[in-house]
Ligand binder design. Structure first.
Ligand code: NAD
Length: 334
């Protein structure tokens, strides 16, 4: 009876690397098969494994495909999966260029096509979203955002940081999550004034530092800073300043600060999640977010709404905004 009301969505996974393995653990028995050109990696997942991903697309048991491969492969894989009639959840970025993202968006049809902006499911970000939606901050006056980590030394493969492969640098990496979070919490971004530089890691075509002033459709100014020079390590800070006070989301560790203009400050410290992360690493937090995200994806497939799930248009907008920040602006005297 319950199974008829809530039919299980069956998944195929393309890419059995670091993210793919975590996604597989979260899916459990909902995962039908996996594809990876590295056969040993695919077989380690513990479900039927193939090396040619198109075989998953021909499998009638598979309702939805998760694309967790290197970013330069996303475009073709997503388009092929949609062409085969599958729903798709694609890891970020949706694709490495604005043009490819637009092409994908135009092909989605009636399929659920979502982008893995899993940071939306971090409890500190959910709290921020609720604080804005509840009106407790009053009128939103400005937003401050920082996203960073230690940069190129953190990466295991060239496609992860070479701009000619992944479409850019820090803004296509951790900065893309932040761009999405800003839009998700504060609304669409309609103006961008930015500077992107590459004088830390000096990888051609790959900004390692980007600062921007953005403006939302509601006229709210946003200060954005993405960096591969955050020597402290992985860090996200998103602050919403309203007429009645401030709410800050922070990771890592996961925390919120609510600071009303009048009244006492309140911290939220997520002890269970943070102890989990301390014991089992950042993957524990990522898997928590993936589990929540998959729940929303399944509901979207069943036609029950999208929840906090990021759409293909969200994926496109994040890449468009990164491109706009990178766009050079001359300011010379006449
Ligand atoms: N949401 C997040 O927080 C987050 C974090 C890290 C990475 N990512 C994204 O996840 C994706 C995967 O990253 P990762 O760190 O797991 O990379 P990874 O290198 O660990 O894994 C990629 C896997 O794809 C496989 N692969 C390569 N070509 C293939 C092909 N043609 N067919 C099938 N499999 C193929 C590789 O063999 C490898 O096992 C990327 O898009 C990345 O940007 C997202």
């Amino acid at each position: 009876m319950l199974a008829a009301l809530f039919p299980t969505v069956k998944f195929g996974l393309i890419g059995a690397g670091v993210v793919g393995r975590m996604r597989a653990q979260v899916l459990g028995s909902r995962l039908v098969a996996v594809a990876d050109t590295d056969r040993a990696a695919a077989e380690r997942i513990g479900v039927p494994a193939v090396t040619e991903y198109r075989r998953l697309l021909d499998d009638p048991r598979v309702d939805a495909i998760i694309v967790a491969t290197p970013a330069p492969l996303h475009r073709d894989m997503v388009l092929h999966a949609l062409g085969a009639g599958k729903h798709v959840l694609c890891e970020k970025p949706l694709a490495t260029t604005v043009e490819a993202c637009r092409e994908i968006v135009s092909q989605a049809g009636d399929r659920v096509l979502a982008v893995g902006f899993n940071h939306r499911y971090f409890p500190c970000m959910q709290h921020l979203k609720r604080a804005v939606a509840s009106g407790s901050l009053g009128d939103i006056q400005h937003v401050r955002a920082l996203a960073g980590h230690r940069g190129v030394s953190e990466f295991r493969a060239e496609w992860m940081y070479r701009g000619d492969l992944s479409g850019g640098g820090v803004m296509m990496d951790i900065g893309l999550h932040m761009t999405d979070l800003i839009r998700w919490v504060a609304g669409e971004i309609t103006e961008v004034f930015g500077v992107a530089s590459g004088n830390v890691w000096k990888v051609p075509g790959s900004e390692d530092h980007a600062t921007a002033t953005m403006v939302t459709a509601g006229g709210v100014p946003v200060s954005y800073h993405a960096t591969w020079g955050e020597w402290k390590g992985y860090r996200l800070v998103l602050e919403i300043y309203g007429s009645r006070g401030l709410t800050r989301a922070y990771y890592a560790p996961m925390a919120n600060l609510d600071a009303p203009r009048e009244g006492p400050r309140r911290w939220r410290l997520y002890p269970l999640l943070n102890v989990h992360e301390r014991l089992f690493g950042w993957e524990a937090t990522a898997k928590h977010a993936f589990a929540e995200e998959i729940g929303d994806f399944e509901r979207a497939v069943r036609g029950e709404g999208w929840g906090a799930l990021a759409t293909a248009t969200d994926g496109l907008r994040a890449v468009e905004i990164a491109a706009a920040v990178r766009g050079a602006r001359a300011c010379t005297s006449a």
